[in-house]
Every structure is written in structure tokens, then in C-alpha cells.
Design a protein around this ligand. Structure first.
Ligand code: GLN
Length: 607
């Protein structure tokens, strides 16, 4: 087993996760089997109890593990399935034994051996990402004082353990990649190497010597800057890779390959003569996708109706899934963030400008998505969005809470059950159409959540979602919820025209709803976004984007539709229809700034 450790210095938010994932992609493209471990030195046992609006989304794994969003990056980039043990936290380690540094090393060795790609036997390489920054900190969004913050202190046992670990596995089995920043001083435009020098010195002081430097910068590094870094950080020029800003993250593995990062890593790991290494990593699909993304012109506007948040990472997997679907359907994704509170009637009086703006954005969208969520803030606004979509034949996808919202709206508007609600928001509601349904034992009422991969069986074979899933009989998707559609009310709903097309094996849990009379109105109790992959978009997202861009019929006609449960890779050429502009008359509005390859609306939220 070989290990690549990825650390980060200088500032947080450098793209360490994407760098680690991309290293994995390049090694995989060289023919190696790759697994990953993310170390989060915080004291919580997992991400389940952390606010997605402060820490980014909670990513859910097949085994129900609630983990850091970086594991989502690994699963998407490497097309693997990880387990909760692939995310190490201080809390998890302390639960186990007091000999923390030994346990960290044993844990890494144990988990690294587990296959994650569906094949038998251990992987060849394990990429370990250590969260947080180590070395010398200049500033971070959370701490601009330059002194140690809590995160740094929490990291110490891991740094010590990883230092010991590199010695334990010995040279030739361990490669340390340090991601650092080379900033530019605007006045003179000079690329500054000092932060990286400091960071590397700090790292060495902690007993870890970098083999490879991955330097983040806005523009490509100048040769003399590389030479300086090499001289002062004691890293050979050939081991300095430059990850300058690119138009989309799928270019990162290509950048690594172009700079022969794989050769440098394989040399450190003594793998270059293993016989497995092709002359060039096979990255044709990545190249095609990255280029295709850059050349997309026709926009598709999706309104994301959620809690207002300054942190777009809270819906990271949803945005990625939309992006995968859009690239597949040859559309440029434009996400319009619509704060659900602003849609509510009360906002018309309290914040009239925001109210007008929110409705304008919603009405200009080609499709509406209500993602998952907890708590009752903004629920009424989401209900109004679902109502608007239903009444105006606008494509709608409701995920988890978004499905429950659609059910409540249908009960209120169509079935005239004015007081209909979820008991999550109104425990005393007269029409409880969404109710608390604890998983398993009745003695465990407390904080029981239905988590991880569960099976959904299709009950209506000709429905849109079954077709989108390639006419599958069942699908396995990931869950994270406590509330569900009240099974007692299902016959009433069905009589009124709402179709429950997907149910669990018992037939009592409603998993997918559809309005057959509508262009595209689907809700899922599960979170399909977690299993979307570049090149293998999630079927329900694909359906939304196809419907929003006038391509649903041709998509449904084509038999070879992406199915995350099938091993059949989806080729991007299956949709035969010519790209067609689905215009709602608002497309001439200028698009706002491009951030990380996506367009965002102008309400201050970069994506
Ligand atoms: N709050 C809802 C529930 O617990 C929805 C959860 C979600 O959207 N993930 O069922």
C-alpha cells in the first residue's frame, strides 16, 4: 500500500480537496486503484450535527455516514463508494482509545485496505487529505490574526501521527504533497514566494518534509519564481506543480498531467517501474468534458429555492448534480438563488424590494428546485414556489423537504385541506400529510434518522422517473430524513391526482411523487444528488434540466439513460435532439460573473 498525504498551508479554501481528488484521478488514469481518507481534526464525531450554513453541506454515504463534503468530491471524481470510516475526526478517534497517535495510524492502515471501487482486494494507493492548514498561517476567513486558532490545536495529534506514519511505512511508500499559495501583489504584479517558504518551514518544524509542492496562483507561475521556490523550499523543480486558476475544476487533473505530477508522485512512491504505468494517464473523457463545459453557450436557468445563505457550499452536491446534468444536456447552468423567505407574503410588507426580486427570479427560471432542509424558516415561501411551478407547468424537482413541501402544497390547494402541514412544522395540524416516522424500533424515538442507501421500487412502470432511471425496477439512493408522507392519506392524494410512483419494499414509505398531468413535477424523499457523477448525471436532475430546456421528450425516448445503479457508462451522445433554446422571454438579461465555472445571479452568492 502506498500513501499520498495532501496538506495545505497559508490559507484555507485553496482547493486542497479538489487537488487531492485530482491527484487520485491522475493516479487512477495511470492504472492504479485509488482510495481516499479525509481527516477533519474537529472534535465532533461527524458532520451530522454541524450547520451546513457554517461548514458546508453534510454529505451522506451509502452506509449512512454523515461526512465532510470533501468525500463527495472524492466519490464524484474517482467514481468510488466510501464508508464513514474514510472520514476520520478527532471525536471518532477519542471514542476509541486514549493512545491517539497509534490509533490514527492503525485506522489509516485499516481503512486504506478496503476496496472502494467495487473490485476485490485492496487498492494500490490511498490519498489522505488532512483538513485545515498547517505550517505558517497568514490569514484565513475565520481568523485573520495570524495566530493559532482552535483548528490548528486540534490538528496537532494528527500531524504528529502522520509524521510517525511516514516513518512507519518507510521511504518509497509515502509521498507528501503540500498545497500552498503564491499570491500576487497587485501594485507590482510580482508573484510572492515568502508565504510558501514560511509554510514549508513550519511543516518541516512539525516533522513533515514535502516531496511535492502544489502551488495555487491566479496566473501561471513564472519560471524564476519556481526556481526560487525550489531553492528555498528544497524541493526539486520537477516536483513543483502549479495549479493556477482554471475555468472549471475538471481541468485540474489535466493540469497535473500536463506538468507530469504523476511522474513525480510515482517516482517518490517507487511505482514508476511497476509495469502498470502507461506512458500517459488516460484522461480522454476528462479532457472532453472540461472542454465541453467551457464551450457551453445556451443557458438553462434553475431557481434554487432555499434558505438564504452566504455559503454556497451548503448545497454543493445539488449544484454539482445540476452541473453534471446541464453539461450532459449541453446547456450552460445558471443557478438563480431565491431566498424562500423573500417569496412569502410577509416579505411584501417588510422587505418589498427583496420580495419583488425573488418573484422576478422565480418567474424567469426555466426550472425550479427545492432542495432538502430542516426547520420551518422559509417553508411557506417554498410552498409558494411549488404552487407556482405546479400551476404554471414549470419543471419542478423537490428533494426530501422539497418533496414534502410539494405534498403539503397539493393538499392545501388541490384537496382544499387548508391546515395541511408536516408535523415537523405544526405538531397539532388537523391534516398531518407529512409525519414523523422513526426508523426501526419504537423504543428509539429520539433523534432517529433514516440514513444512507435504501431501495425504492417503482410502482408505475410508465412514469417519468422510472423511464429516467432506465426503466429500472428499483433504485438505491441515499436518505437523510425523519419525516415522511402519511401513508393513511395516500389514497386521498391519489384520488386527487398525485401519483406515488416509487415506494420502499414495505410499500408504506412514499419515495417518489409525480404529477402525471404536468410537464415535469417530481419529488423524491431521497437525495439523488449524492450519487451524481460527471459523465453519469443523476437521472432526476437530468430530467429537470431536460424539461427546463425543452429536451425531456427526446431524453425519455432515448433508451440509454444514465442510471447510477447500472454499471453501464452513460455516453454523452445519446440525446439525439438538436440543442434548442427554451426561452421564457427573459434570456436576454445579462449573465453575471463567472465563479468557478458557474454563473450565479447577482444576489451576492457566489457558487
Ligand atoms: N426535515 C425533513 C425531514 O427530516 C426533510 C429532511 C431533508 O430534507 N433532508 O424529514
Amino acid at each position: 500500500m502506498k500513501y499520498v498525504l495532501v496538506t495545505g498551508g497559508v490559507v484555507s479554501g485553496l482547493g486542497k480537496g479538489v487537488t487531492a481528488s485530482s491527484i487520485g484521478v491522475v493516479l487512477k488514469a495511470c492504472g492504479f486503484r485509488v482510495t481516499t481518507i479525509k481527516i477533519d481534526p474537529y472534535l465532533n464525531t461527524d458532520a451530522g450535527t454541524m450547520s451546513p450554513f457554517e461548514h458546508g453541506e453534510v454529505f451522506v454515504l451509502d452506509d449512512g455516514g454523515e461526512v465532510d463534503l470533501d468525500l463527495g468530491n472524492y466519490e464524484r471524481f474517482l467514481d468510488i463508494k466510501l464508508t464513514r470510516d474514510n472520514n476520520i475526526t478527532t471525536g471518532k478517534i477519542y471514542q476509541v482509545v486514549p493512545h491517539i497517535t497509534d490509533e490514527i495510524q492503525d485506522w489509516i492502515e485499516r481503512v486504506a485496505m478496503n476496496p472502494v471501487d467495487g473490485k476485490e482486494g485492496p487498492p494500490d494507493v490511498c490519498v489522505i487529505e488532512l483538513g485545515g492548514t498547517i505550517g505558517d498561517k497568514i490569514f484565513s476567513p475565520h481568523n485573520d490574526s495570524g495566530i493559532l486558532d482552535a483548528g490548528d490545536i486540534e490538528s496537532m495529534p494528527f500531524i504528529e501521527a502522520l509524521g510517525q506514519f511516514s516513518y512507519r511505512v518507510g521511504p518509497g511508500n509515502f509521498c507528501l504533497v503540500h498545497v500552498s499559495l503564491v499570491p500576487v501583489l497587485n501594485v507590482v504584479g510580482e508573484q510572492k514566494t515568502k508565504p510558501t517558504q514560511h509554510s514549508v518551514r513550519g511543516l518541516r518544524g512539525l516533522g513533515l518534509a514535502p516531496d511535492i509542492l502544489a502551488c495555487r496562483s491566479t496566473e501561471p507561475l513564472e519560471d524564476h519564481v519556481k526556481a526560487k521556490l525550489s531553492q528555498f523550499c528544497h524541493v526539486p523543480m520537477s516536483n513543483i506543480v502549479n495549479l493556477h486558476d482554471v475555468t472549471n475544476i475538471w481541468h485540474i487533473p489535466l493540469l497535473l498531467r500536463d506538468q507530469k505530477a504523476h511522474e513525480a508522485i510515482l517516482k517518490v512512491l517507487e511505482l514508476q517501474y511497476s509495469g502498470k504505468v502507461p506512458r500517459e494517464p488516460k484522461l480522454a473523457e476528462w479532457t472532453k468534458r472540461a472542454t465541453k463545459f467551457d464551450n457551453l453557450k445556451t443557458p438553462v436557468k434553475i431557481a434554487m429555492v432555499g434558505k438564504y445563505t452566504g455559503l454556497s457550499d451548503s448545497y454543493l452536491s445539488v449544484i454539482k448534480a445540476l452541473s453534471h446534468a446541464s453539461v450532459f444536456m449541453e446547456r450552460k447552468l445558471v443557478v438563480e438563488w431565491v431566498p424562500s423567505c423573500d417569496l412569502e407574503d410577509s416579505a411584501a410588507k417588510e422587505t418589498p424590494e427583496s420580495h419583488i426580486k425573488a418573484w422576478k427570479l422565480l418567474k424567469a427560471a426555466d426550472g425550479i428546485l427545492v432542495p432538502g432542509g430542516f426547520g420551518d424558516r422559509g417553508v411557506q415561501g417554498k410552498i409558494l414556489a411549488a404552487k407556482y411551478a405546479r400551476e404554471n407547468d414549470v419543471p419542478y424537482l423537490g428533494i426530501c423537504l422539497g418533496m414534502q413541501i410539494a405534498v403539503i402544497e397539493f393538499a392545501r390547494s388541490v384537496m382544499k385541506l387548508r391546515g395541511a402541514n408536516s408535523t415537523e412544522f405544526d405538531p397539532a395540524t388537523t391534516s398531518p400529510c407529512v409525519i414523523f416516522m422513526p426508523e426501526g424500533s419504537k423504543t428509539h424515538m429520539g433523534a432517529t434518522m433514516r440514513l444512507g442507501s435504501r431501495r425504492t421500487y417503482f410502482h408505475i412502470s410508465g412514469c417519468k422517473s422510472a423511464k429516467l432511471y432506465g426503466n429500472a425496477h428499483y433504485v438505491d439512493e441515499r436518505h437523510r430524513h425523519r419525516y415522511e408522507v402519511n401513508p393513511e392519506m395516500v389514497p386521498d392524494f391519489e384520488r386527487a391526482g398525485l401519483s406515488f410512483v416509487g415506494k420502499d419494499e414495505s410499500g408504506s414509505r412514499m419515495e417518489i411523487i409525480e404529477l402525471p398531468s404536468h410537464k415535469f413535477f417530481i419529488g423524491a424523499q431521497f437525495h439523488p444528488e449524492y450519487k451524481s457523477r460527471p459523465g453519469k448525471p443523476s437521472p432526476l436532475f437530468l430530467g429537470l434540466v431536460a424539461a427546463a430546456s425543452g429536451q425531456l421528450e427526446s431524453l425519455l425516448r432515448s433508451c440509454n439513460v444514465a442510471n447510477p445503479n447500472s454499471t453501464k457508462a452513460c455516453t454523452n451522445g445519446v440525446v439525439s435532439s438538436k440543442p434548442r433554446l427554451y426561452s421564457n422571454g427573459h434570456l436576454k438579461k445579462p449573465l453575471n460573473s463567472l465563479v468557478n465555472g458557474y454563473y450565479a445571479n447577482g444576489n451576492g452568492i457566489p457558487i
